[in-house]
Ligand binder design. Structure first.
Ligand code: FAD
Length: 408
């Protein structure tokens, strides 16, 4: 190891969490040395637009950047882009980079995000089949989009639905295939799922529910998707949006405790002293879930980074932010706060067929989550009610004349 090169903080992964940590450390007055490494070539950029504005050609690469390139130099944050960390040694406290360097650290923070799940059926390696996780994926898809007219979206989660909306806005024929019986089955209620499904159908999307893909057919390049019931869907492009797993390869090889994510405590400390893990890759004790939980959202990446920046600065405060998430599909902005686990009542605020409308989830009278569609004020008000563990009257939650913030 180059004994002269020891960074105070080495951050592995330059996505939302890694970038937010470097920024937050400087904002809090941290003067030590920071190395931000990332295996992608582009400096830290926003991922959400990749399935939205970027895909539709409304914004270009530069507009995705989290900070202008000169920011990192001005802030004395050393970037090592296009450079993966392929070894973490927790006892001798160094990381080895794919460019051959071996660098020491006082703190090492893993912000390695997630890796997409891939189909393993016949034809899964045909040209025209894509996942959408990073800028390189989005570029490839955007380039190919101009030449295709029929697209199959596999998986009706957030990425699949956002992609479907973008592709419809570009005039493509879109078919969504989902093994469950509704959209967003993992995260939302039937009432919100049917509203969103109806909005997509109204704009020309076709759905096949309760169906897996049995094969992808084509001669070198995709021509059709064969469903388990024998239906054949013509498509020159397929987007596979069947979720991600935490990227834990480096952590596991280093001997850190991992189970569906790098296991951390409420301050994002791993099983090894001085090694922390934040963002999508970490699984933490979440007070709103009441158990270990892995969150995949920009807000969580930001909040976990803030908690760790404070910790490095000597302020040990457990993480207790209400989980939040947003999605944009057509002119619909879905904002969610809290976790609807074990909800025993779902309260509809507004009219289900039109927006603004919300589904509010309660458990034993306590408000635990909200899905708000084109209802930003309700989202904000509910988030505070969730944070406080409030038990407002059911009738007040239904009454759209009563602002939720007045119940705080
Ligand atoms: P990432 O942003 O994934 O960053 C991890 C980085 O680490 C990657 O660049 C990865 O290549 C790198 N890496 C991994 N291993 C190594 C290694 N060994 N060495 C060096 N680098 C490594 N969230 C929302 O809240 N709202 C949205 O609307 C939304 N839309 C999304 C749309 C898309 C298309 C995608 C893909 C995600 C979206 N998300 C959205 C989710 C959100 O982007 C993620 O939750 C967030 O990016 C997580 O941040 P992260 O830093 O933990 O992981």
């Amino acid at each position: 190891m180059d004994q002269n090169t020891i960074f105070d903080v080495v951050i592995v992964g330059s996505g939302h969490a890694g970038a937010a940590l470097a920024i937050s450390l400087r904002q809090k007055g941290f003067t030590g040395s920071i190395l931000l490494t990332g295996d992608e070539a582009t400096p830290p950029y926003e991922r959400p637009p990749l399935s939205k504005e970027y895909l539709q050609g409304k914004i270009e690469d530069k507009q995705l950047l989290i900070r202008p390139e000169e920011f990192w130099t001005e802030q004395r944050i050393t970037l090592a882009m296009g450079c993966a960390v392929n070894e973490l040694n927790t006892s001798q406290r160094y990381v080895a980079l794919t460019d051959g360097r071996t660098l020491g650290f006082n703190w090492c923070v893993l912000a390695t995000g997630g890796k997409v799940r891939r189909l393993n059926c016949e034809g899964a390696d045909l040209a025209g089949i894509h996942s959408l996780r990073n800028l390189a994926d989005a570029k490839r898809i955007r380039d190919e989009l101009t030449d295709v007219s029929q697209i199959a979206v596999i998986g009706a989660g957030y990425i699949g639905l956002e992609f479907a909306a973008s592709a419809r806005e570009l005039g493509k024929t879109v078919t969504v295939i989902e093994t469950q019986d509704r959209v967003l089955s993992r995260v939302t209620s039937p009432v919100v799922a049917s509203f969103l499904e109806e909005q997509h159908v109204r704009r020309g999307v076709t759905f096949h529910f309760g169906q897996g893909v049995s094969a992808l057919r084509g001669d070198g390049a995709l021509q059709s998707v064969l469903l388990e019931d024998g239906t054949s869907i013509p498509a020159q492009m397929a987007i596979c949006g069947i979720g991600i797993d935490a990227e834990t390869d480096l952590a596991e090889a280093a001997g850190l405790d991992c189970e569906h994510g790098v296991l951390v405590d409420s301050c994002f400390r791993t099983s090894s002293p001085g090694i922390l893990a934040i963002g999508d890759c970490s699984r933490h004790p979440n007070p709103f879930a009441g158990s270990l939980w892995r969150l995949e959202s920009v807000q969580h990446a930001q909040d976990s980074a803030e908690t760790v920046a404070a910790l490095i600065m000597g302020d040990v405060a457990p993480y207790a932010q209400v989980p939040t998430f947003w999605s944009q599909q057509y002119d619909l902005r879905l904002q969610s706060a809290g976790l609807n686990i074990d909800a025993d009542d779902i309260i509809v605020r507004g009219t289900t067929g039109s927006t603004p409308f919300c589904a509010i989830y309660t458990r034993k009278g306590q408000i635990i989550a909200i899905d708000a569609i084109n209802a930003p004020r309700d989202f904000m008000g509910a988030r505070r009610l969730i944070q406080q563990g409030s038990k407002p009257d059911r009738s007040s939650l239904i009454d759209t004349d009563i602002p939720l913030k007045s119940l705080v």
